[in-house]
Design a protein around this ligand. Structure first.
Ligand SMILES: Cc1cc2nc3c(=O)[nH]c(=O)nc-3n(C[C@H](O)[C@H](O)[C@H](O)COP(=O)(O)OP(=O)(O)OC[C@H]3O[C@@H](n4cnc5c(N)ncnc54)[C@H](O)[C@@H]3O)c2cc1C
Length: 429
């Protein structure tokens, strides 16, 4: 079994270096200060700078050091709710706009990669949503029907078809969503940061925002060696949110997701394991998700407990999940293991909240942030630069504390036991 550290993540070994970034020293002034350098923050910085705003981005560590540089690289479009559920919550007009944002989210990533020539191993072979049981398959069918009715490029898969495309016979059926892609996520977020810099954004690494106070008509964000003053602040700190804005970290539950990556598979195994080269996740609430990277490594992910360091038992479970699906892997070597945090919200939706006049917080990508956080970066940029594109908007919600947040560790254990039971009964997550 492999040892896990973030330094040991596959992407930190394979991504090209990012741009050379200074840390903030002295005072800078900007129209917008963004706190957080993941997909959301750098996408917001890029889109704001392209719209002509002056931007300063402050990242506590390195660009992509949060969830964005640690994830599975599955660029999956969509929002985890049906149009009817969205209409019940936000009304029909918002539902249509949110659905359209979700439908276009993976395409937006592919367009950005092409437009800014980001070297991030993007491969657009789609996403297989794999049903682990008959009850879950009914959920997949309903999802596929809704997407097909909107003319989206998806296909239902029989038991035989999913076996042919995934290389494993463990699923009862599924759906192939051809809009999705695979990517090296750290290379992508670094490339976006470089594009934001070229567009004129000032991007600072190793610059943790320690305080946020009103200053004149705007806000002053202080770091250990400097400060940034602006009329608008965007909080883009995701599951790594600290105490900068009181209460924000209680508006979601941070859970761990962990991954292992094998050695590059030989030619014969590559023909047998995920021969379609699609990215895949199953319908369990405690889902496994996996794909091949560009060099043919199998990257297997799944739920861990809390925090950034995966436990040995989590890694053993991931390796076992891979062997169960692909017994032909035999004695394959697992060379990389790492984990990160996911910001889960109670309604499984991302939230955009104006927490004070001039301070906008966005979080809650619920494990689907490559496409959606990139898109929400464009949304917040559009809002803060005059809302010229009505299609690029999202309803404001209150970032309310999750009830009993301080009990999240025991509550998560109860939730995990409950999800295991539901998974065993065949329901979709
Ligand atoms: C293991 C794992 C696998 C995943 N797999 C997938 C996948 O395959 N597909 C997918 O779409 N999504 C996946 N996700 C989810 C996806 O990675 C996230 O939704 C996405 O990265 C969120 O982006 P973000 O910009 O909101 O947050 P982050 O990338 O977490 O960025 C927040 C940043 O804020 C910084 N920060 C925090 N506080 C401060 C402060 N006070 N001052 C300055 N900076 C601060 C942090 O250092 C961090 O870099 C996965 C997540 C994990 C952890």
């Amino acid at each position: 079994m492999v040892e896990a550290t973030h330094e040991g993540s596959l992407w930190s070994r394979t991504a090209p270096p990012g741009p050379d970034l200074p840390s903030l020293a002295g005072e800078v002034r900007a129209d917008v200060v963004i706190v957080g350098g993941g997909f959301l923050g750098v996408s917001a910085a890029l889109h704001l700078a392209e719209a002509g705003a002056s931007v300063a981005l402050l990242e506590a560590g390195e660009i992509g050091g949060g969830a964005s540089g640690r994830n599975g690289g599955q660029v999956i479009p969509g929002i985890k709710k049906t149009r009817a559920e969205l209409a019940a919550k936000f009304g029909a007009d918002w539902a249509d706009r949110i659905v359209a944002l979700g439908d276009g989210a993976a395409g937006r990533v592919c367009d950005l990669v092409a437009r800014h020539a980001i070297a991030c191993d993007l491969e657009r072979n789609g996403w297989i949503r794999a049903a682990h049981a008959d009850a879950a398959m009914r959920d997949v069918e309903a999802m596929a029907r809704e997407l097909l009715a909107r003319g989206q490029d998806v296909e239902l898969l029989s038991r035989g078809e999913i076996a042919a495309r995934s290389g494993t016979a463990v699923y009862v059926g599924g759906m192939h969503d051809r809009r999705a892609a695979g990517i090296n996520p750290l290379a992508y977020v670094r490339g976006l940061a470089a594009a934001a810099q070229r567009a004129g954004a000032r991007v600072f690494a190793r610059s943790p925002a320690r305080s946020l106070e009103r200053a004149g008509g705007g806000w002053k964000v202080a770091t250990p060696a400097g400060s940034a003053v602006a009329g608008q602040v965007v909080l883009a700190t995701g599951a790594y949110t600290d105490a900068l804005w009181p209460g924000l970290a209680r508006s979601f539950v941070a859970v761990q997701s962990a991954q292992v990556a094998s050695q590059p598979l030989g030619d014969n195994l590559r023909k047998a394991v995920l021969p379609s080269r699609a990215v895949l996740s199953d319908t369990r609430k405690l889902a496994n998700y996996y794909r091949l990277d560009v060099e043919g490594r199998l990257v297997m992910g799944g739920r861990g407990p809390l925090g950034d360091a995966p436990e040995p038992s989590t890694l053993v479970a991931l390796e076992r999940a891979a062997q169960e699906r692909f017994p032909m892997l035999g004695e394959v070597r697992w060379e990389h293991a790492w984990a990160g945090r996911i910001d889960m919200t109670l309604d499984s939706l991302p939230h955009l909240g104006v927490v004070a006049p001039g301070v906008t917080a966005l979080l809650g990508f619920n494990g689907r942030g490559i496409a959606l956080a990139t898109t929400m970066g464009a949304v917040v940029a559009n809002r803060l630069s005059g809302g010229r594109d009505p299609a690029l908007d999202f309803p404001e919600t209150r970032l309310a504390p999750v009830p009993f947040h301080s009990l999240r560790a025991p509550a998560l254990r109860v939730a995990v036991a409950w999800y295991r039971l539901r998974d065993a009964l065949g329901y979709a997550g």
